[in-house]
Ligand binder design. Sequence first.
Ligand SMILES: *[C@@H]1O[C@H](CO)[C@@H](O)[C@H](O)[C@H]1NC(C)=O
Ligand SMILES: *[C@@H]1O[C@H](CO)[C@@H](O)[C@H](O)[C@H]1NC(C)=O
Ligand SMILES: *[C@@H]1O[C@H](CO)[C@@H](O)[C@H](O)[C@H]1NC(C)=O
Ligand SMILES: *[C@@H]1O[C@H](CO)[C@@H](O)[C@H](O)[C@H]1NC(C)=O
Ligand SMILES: *[C@@H]1O[C@H](CO)[C@@H](O)[C@H](O)[C@H]1NC(C)=O
Ligand SMILES: *[C@@H]1O[C@H](CO)[C@@H](O)[C@H](O)[C@H]1NC(C)=O
Ligand SMILES: *[C@@H]1O[C@H](CO)[C@@H](O)[C@H](O)[C@H]1NC(C)=O
Ligand SMILES: *[C@@H]1O[C@H](CO)[C@@H](O)[C@H](O)[C@H]1NC(C)=O
Length: 654
Amino acid sequence: MVRHMLVNLLLLWSLGHDLYTTGFGDDGLKGQSWSNQNLYSIPLDLDVRLQKLDLSNNFIRQLHTIDLLYLEQLDLSSNQLELISKGAFENLALLEELNLSVNALNNNLERNSKSLQSLGRLKSLDISMNSLGDEAVKLYLLNKSSLEKLKMTGNYLTTLTHKLFKESQDLRSITIDDNLISTIDGGTFEPLRKLESLSLAKNNLGHICDFKLPQVKCLNLSRNSIQFFVSAADNQVYNLEILDLSHNKLLYFPIVPKFNQLKYLYLHHNMVGTLTLEASMVSEVNSLYNDIVRKGNVRITKNYLHSNWRLMPLIYIDLSYNHFTSFPLETLSLLLNLEELNFSFNCVQNLTWNVRHDSESGHYRQLYFPSLKYLNMQSNGLASVSPLFLQALTQVETINLQDNSVKPCAPVSQMQSSISPQLNLNSSCVAFGKLRTLKYLNLEDNGIKILHANTFQKTSLISLNLARNVHMVMQVGALEGVQETLQSLMMGEVNMNSSDLLLPCLPALTHLNISNNYLTVLPSNLTCSPLRELSIKNNSFLSLNQSLIKALSTHLHAMYISGNDFNCCDAQWLKILNESRIKLPDISQSTCFTGNTRIQFDEFLTNSSLYCSTHKKGIHSGQIIIVVLFVVILITVLIMFARKLCCTNKSLVV
Ligand SMILES: *[C@@H]1O[C@H](CO)[C@@H](O)[C@H](O)[C@H]1NC(C)=O
Ligand SMILES: *[C@@H]1O[C@H](CO)[C@@H](O)[C@H](O)[C@H]1NC(C)=O
Ligand SMILES: *[C@@H]1O[C@H](CO)[C@@H](O)[C@H](O)[C@H]1NC(C)=O
Ligand SMILES: *[C@@H]1O[C@H](CO)[C@@H](O)[C@H](O)[C@H]1NC(C)=O
Ligand SMILES: *[C@@H]1O[C@H](CO)[C@@H](O)[C@H](O)[C@H]1NC(C)=O
Ligand SMILES: *[C@@H]1O[C@H](CO)[C@@H](O)[C@H](O)[C@H]1NC(C)=O
Ligand SMILES: *[C@@H]1O[C@H](CO)[C@@H](O)[C@H](O)[C@H]1NC(C)=O
Ligand SMILES: *[C@@H]1O[C@H](CO)[C@@H](O)[C@H](O)[C@H]1NC(C)=O
């Protein structure tokens, strides 16, 4: 009787749970989610036909035999699993994916590893964050010959040996991030012929002396303490496409395999370029290569670094946050496919043309960056740029020069250029007009004092950022030549007042930021522009020209207006914006004043009649009308009353 009741109760309970779990990605019999259900054990009444089971984020400590013959995926992550009894997995003959991350599998090693050994068909195993050391991992990986994907992030591994993956030769992806690995024995990964993705980020590796894993496509060594990376000297074709060496202690460029497929190279946050010129760095890294790979036997005359880089099909390189004091022109110009270069946050103050001369002519050798489209030089302290460098950028579309000391040149007059037709060799300013393909230019915060007329003529500028050049004077005609193409103009924090802002007619302009200045009047030429976004934040506007706002409102999408001294009772423009449903993202921070009081613009919009009652025009005539009406009515009533009185008097008499 009691048993019967119990079974019924359990059934009810499980029905309740079934209903409850429906919303959690339950797709019928195939999969069920019991994630986050405060479970202390596996529910007893699971359908035997289940293929997927999610038990993550519960409080399960022990596992006993699971009878789910068809189960393919089991997620037990984020429990408190410490004991897996001997036959627990015995009946899971079809199980392919097992997630045991964030548990306590450092306990009961012998027993747990025996149970795991029965899962010989497993393809994917995640044992991250279980406080496992080298020995524990070795035990857990026994009898895993089908394993393709293995994740062991956040454990305590220190040494990887050739025994570790001996039984798992099919591995394609290995992630052992965030451990304490400082040693990798030769032969650990080499036999894994199918290995494509290897991630050893956040470990203690000090150097890679002899990289020889031609099968690997993606190698992540980010956040170690790597000082140099040297590949084996062989003529094999390497599949390597992505190499992440960011956040290390690299002193030199890596020596990549001779024949590789490298497209993305991440070297940001290292120490490359420290206190040396390019030429000495190149010879240092070559002698290192000779010491390590050639064992110092042969005297080097060959430039291995360059001969291997020359064959690299790289399209992206991130060299930001390194210690370059000079620009590595020769090395980078070898990368004929390079499209994107991030060189921000280095210390190249003078970009000089430090290129070895042509031995015969003694002339400067012109190199090119024939595919470079995107160049980021932000925050280098850059003051001078060799004109030969500008000439090398034949395809550049985007240049970010924010936070440097670059001065745009005055265009060379016809006369001067006819005197020296070859080059303006003045490198203390940058002649942007040479960059015909340039579309996006960021000159924010460069201490620019004067922007000459025709500065950008002959470029294809779409976007120009001149913000935070606090002493900048813009000559009339500064935007000459790019009026038809310019779509975005940033001129915030330039200390301009309205007479300084002389904009020509810009028929393509859709974005304008003139925030943080001292403007009182909008340039009337704005009617030329199909503006979609306008920021006039933090200026000195009292009101805005109604007819101008009316004209802009046909295209305007969003307008930023806070931080001005708007007069509430001269705010017809705001009503126009409001009625045209233009977004005013900072309206809640915006105020206006009437008399001596400041009020929120939202508040004013809802009750505008309340606040401007002292306004003369409208109210005055209204008052007159009311008074006149009142007088007229009063007189009419009086006359009527008098007549009536007369009549009744008459009749009385009669
Ligand atoms: C295992 O589960 C954790 C936590 O839910 C998740 O972050 C991780 O991606 C899963 N592992 C695999 C291999 O899917
Ligand atoms: C290894 O896995 C296979 C296939 O699943 C299984 O038959 C065998 O019993 C396992 N070996 C051990 C020692 O558990
Ligand atoms: C390498 O790993 C780090 C840390 O896990 C990660 O942030 C980074 O995105 C990875 N790099 C690549 C190229 O996937
Ligand atoms: C370098 O610039 C690229 C844009 O091309 C960006 O995606 C990347 O995040 C930047 N690198 C760093 C470390 O900020
Ligand atoms: C860069 O050039 C300027 C002027 O030519 C010079 O004063 C400065 O010392 C140079 N800076 C470096 C780091 O070479
Ligand atoms: C070089 O450019 C700077 C900045 O525009 C200017 O002051 C200087 O006179 C120019 N020098 C020559 C020789 O043209
Ligand atoms: C406008 O420029 C200012 C100052 O340069 C900046 O802080 C702000 O984010 C910009 N606003 C928009 C909407 O781009
Ligand atoms: C307002 O803008 C229109 C159109 O740009 C212009 O013609 C007019 O002169 C402006 N009015 C004032 C008072 O500035």
